[in-house]
Design a protein around this ligand. Structure first.
Ligand code: E4P
Length: 218
């Protein structure tokens, strides 16, 4: 499974990139607004830090506007993936941009039917939002299982399932068990993945025993 980080905070991205575990980044208009900075500067900085796909979302809701914005976004760096909403115009833009060789992330996917449309439109990634489904009493993870099953039925569906709206480490584990290709994870959740109390306890015991030897390795 690949890990993307779901943030536009460049300091967080730089710190997490140092782990060597980051395969890409996703942003959205809300995350971008939180930075208080110019989107071009933020995206250029992120793209220079992480060589993998960096999703940048259009703000227009109609086809021509999306294409115009996509050109600006793609001009920032080669690793930009244009993010479009799962709407008729968004999918039309997805088709056109994919034909032009752009990476496209179709976002705000909440049903298997929508995911099928994204795949047929040639999306590089489709982003099902599992946390937001859980929030309204639906089973977000079942959506991932359904999409992975459906895509597996058709060799010619090349779209990767980018599990989004991830809220906790178990979302990551369950998404991996379901066969989701990528998880985009908020920085705090990504850090939680490292933690286990027995790791801390075991390390403390090893270090205490080692210090009694009075030796140094280097
Ligand atoms: C995905 O690309 C979105 O940016 C994101 O995962 C949305 O998550 P949220 O529901 O926590 O806002």
């Amino acid at each position: 499974m690949k890990f993307f980080v779901d943030t536009a905070d460049t300091a967080e991205i730089k710190s997490l990139a140092a782990s060597g575990l980051l395969d890409g980044v996703t942003t959205n208009p809300s995350l971008m607004a939180k930075t208080g900075k110019k989107f071009q500067d933020v995206l250029a900085d992120i793209c220079a830090t992480v060589p993998g796909p960096v999703s940048a979302e259009v703000a227009s809701t109609e086809f021509d506007g999306m294409l115009a914005e996509a050109r600006v976004l793609r001009g920032i760096a080669k690793n930009i993936a244009v993010k479009v909403p799962l709407t008729p115009d968004g999918l039309r833009a997805c088709r056109r941009l994919s034909e032009e060789g752009a990476m496209v992330n179709v976002t705000l996917c909440f049903s298997p039917a929508q995911a099928i449309l994204a795949a047929k439109a040639g999306a590089t990634f489709v982003s099902p939002f599992i946390g937001r489904l859980d929030d309204v009493g639906e089973d977000g993870m079942q959506l991932i299982r359904d999409i992975v099953t459906i895509f597996g039925n058709y060799d010619y569906f090349k779209t990767q399932v980018l599990v989004a709206s991830v809220r906790n480490p178990m979302h990551v584990v369950e998404a991996a068990k379901a066969g989701g290709h990528i998880c985009t994870v908020p920085p705090a959740v990504l850090r939680q993945l490292f933690n286990h109390p027995l790791t801390d306890k075991g390390l403390a015991a090893f270090l205490a025993d080692w210090s009694k030897t009075g030796q140094r390795i280097a």
